[in-house]
Design a protein around this ligand. Structure first.
Ligand code: TYM
Length: 345
């Protein structure tokens, strides 16, 4: 099949609460890219078992991400939305990529080091080869663009390395089998842009906002109500100085910089515009404005998510339909990949 030229793939793990970082760094971009691209969005449940093997509420968490996608504006009819484990070809291609990727490439992955912590010997092999499954997710659909937050940059570089190595090693076979001229897999473009590619913790401006951080006060969850959002912003760590009149003076003030970035992203303006509006003001004035804005933007998503979660069968049928459509593309890719490898059958 001809290479697609404008296909987007991205995924979110169903591990705990979705937060403002996921929304601003990823999901909102997913929504915007639907205008110009053919999009495939995936709840990556196979990735969810790499860190903690036994997940208590995997089905529920999977539905919650799907509900968040739809509530944020993803159109599962015009595009494809599904959960990864329903399309077996992800696991199959990941195995083949285990044989393409080199040990040294994976050993450099900073996320593995962070997640495995001090006890790397006890981490699952799946956590180590996690980036190969991620490359399989993307390349199974020969996606050309992948919107993500900044923390996924290194994984996307690895995806490009895998595609390039595969194309290089199999260059002759790809031509012989008629599956491509300049290579079979695209060298995927990461889309990491805007003021919220790395939303930081509300309690510590040096750490990213994360689902796994024990303190719930460190993040705004998409399921938080207006009171919780206001309380978390009111209690967010800041410094005693007022907001400056230029962006350079925000350097070295990570908490202030983070809140300005969040405001800019939520309001879809530049951080410069936020600084001009609030120059000289104290956080006592800025925080309530930020809380109002966050509630205004997140409350409709929150309400829609709750509504969707009341009808689980409906969400499941959307995911089943998406999986059937994803499978068609995935099966065709695997047929071609198998023939490039030279497997019998
Ligand atoms: P996950 O589930 O950790 O996060 C989902 C998306 O949210 C972004 N993100 C953030 N963006 C800005 N600030 C933050 N504090 C923040 N925290 C998270 C992430 O960058 C991501 O875009 N490995 C991926 C899931 C995945 C995937 C894929 C992504 C699996 N296969 C294929 C793209 C393509 C992950 O763990 O995301």
């Amino acid at each position: 099949m001809a290479q697609p030229t404008n296909r987007v793939f991205s995924g979110v793990q169903p591990t705990g609460n979705l937060h403002l970082g996921n929304y601003l760094g990823a999901i909102r971009k997913f929504v915007a890219m639907q205008e110009s691209h053919e999009c495939i969005y995936c709840v990556v449940d196979l990735h969810a078992i790499t860190a903690d093997l036994v997940q208590d509420n995997l089905k529920q968490q999977t539905r919650e991400i799907a509900a968040a996608f739809i509530a944020s504006g993803i159109d599962p009819k015009a595009h494809i939305m599904f959960n990864q484990s329903q399309v077996r070809e992800h696991a199959e291609l990941a195995w083949l990529f285990n044989c393409v990727a080199r040990m040294g490439w994976l050993q450099r992955m900073t996320q593995f080091k962070e997640k495995a912590g001090k006890n790397a010997q006890n981490a699952s092999v799946g956590l180590f080869t996690y980036p190969n499954l991620m490359a399989a997710d993307i390349l199974l659909y020969r996606a050309t663009h992948v919107p993500v937050g900044d923390d996924q940059k290194q994984h996307l570089e690895l995806t490009r390395d895998i595609a390039a190595k595969f194309n290089h090693e199999f260059a002759k076979r790809i031509k012989e089998t008629g599956h491509g001229g300049d290579g079979y897999f695209p060298i995927t473009e990461p889309i990491i842009e805007g003021p919220a590619t790395r939303v930081m913790s509300l309690r510590d401006g040096s750490k990213k906002m994360s689902k796994s951080e024990p303190s719930d006060m460190s993040r705004i969850n998409l399921t938080d109500d207006a009171d919780e959002i206001a309380k978390k912003i009111r209690k967010a760590k800041t410094d005693p100085d007022p907001l400056p009149d230029n962006l350079d003076d925000l350097k070295g003030r990570p908490e202030a910089e983070n809140l300005v970035g969040i405001y800019a992203a939520l309001n879809e303006v530049t951080p410069d515009a936020v600084i001009s509006e609030f120059a000289g003001q104290q956080f006592g004035a800025f925080k309530p404005a930020l809380a109002d804005l966050a509630v205004e933007k997140l409350a409709p998503i929150n309400a829609e998510m709750r509504k969707l979660m009341d009808d689980k069968a409906h969400i499941d049928s959307i995911l089943d339909d998406g999986a059937a459509r994803a499978r068609e593309i995935a099966q065709q890719t695997m047929k071609e990949v198998r023939s490039i490898f030279g497997f019998l059958g």
